[in-house]
Design a protein around this ligand. Sequence first.
Ligand code: SAM
Length: 268
Amino acid sequence: MSDPFENVDAASPQMIDIIASALETRAEDTDMLPVIDAYLDAIAVGDGGHIVDIGSGTGGITRRIADRFPKALVTGLEPSTALTEKAKELAGDRSNLTFRLGDGGALDVDSDTIDVAILHTVLSHVQSPEPLVSEAVRILRPGGSLVICDADFSKAKMGVVPGDPLGSCADAFVAGAVTDPWVAGKLKPLVNTARLETRHFSVLNRVVTSGMGSMVWVRMSTARMVADGVIGQPLADALEAEYLRRAEAGTLYCVLPFVTLIATKQTS
Ligand SMILES: C[S@@+](CC[C@H](N)C(=O)[O-])C[C@H]1O[C@@H](n2cnc3c(N)ncnc32)[C@H](O)[C@@H]1O
């Protein structure tokens, strides 16, 4: 199965809706915000500085960045037209925030001009992360910061017993919607280029025990299995109902580690 995040516009309208809604839910999820705020706390951007969010999706995190740094210019670059349109709709009247189409492997941004480049859960969804890292380094000014935050999907778990039916949704999500579940563990060597110096590396667990934060694992995996004729809609509905039941009953348990790496571009 191919990862729909590799080319969101090629996905079905139902899948695009699931993706857009999941990205928005996650960007506001109290289980996710500490991970985002931890790296925003660690970067300094002066007035008039420029932050680029590469692979910005519907812009939920980009909006948070723009609100956090109101005197900086914030640009979200995203290859999907559908997600970029959604991001523009949701941007509101923030004067420091713009969204436009852009592929992380070939950015339409001048070299040595950007203060902070952010890749938030993008590299786990591309076949080859190296060109995206090279492009991010190219656009950064010397002394600028690259922030890579990605999930360690190799350790994604949902459920409380071996063979838990919801656990199969997590497994199916990772198998069908994550290009490289192991990329988080490869980040240090990936940025180990002559022009980058890693100054921060940490892992925080996102633990979801209530709310809709991990429902995407159920919805995306079951939608695909129904479309492929693997399961019927009644089982998909039952798995969604089971997620909701556990969220309501307080028995939901989903764990996903997030790795954050911050590196500084060296003067040549
Ligand atoms: C899981 S989403 C994350 C979106 C956003 N960063 C967030 O966390 O809300 C992955 C995003 O990477 C984008 N993407 C995929 N390939 C890309 C590429 N080559 N360059 C930039 N973004 C890419 C997808 O379109 C999608 O919006």
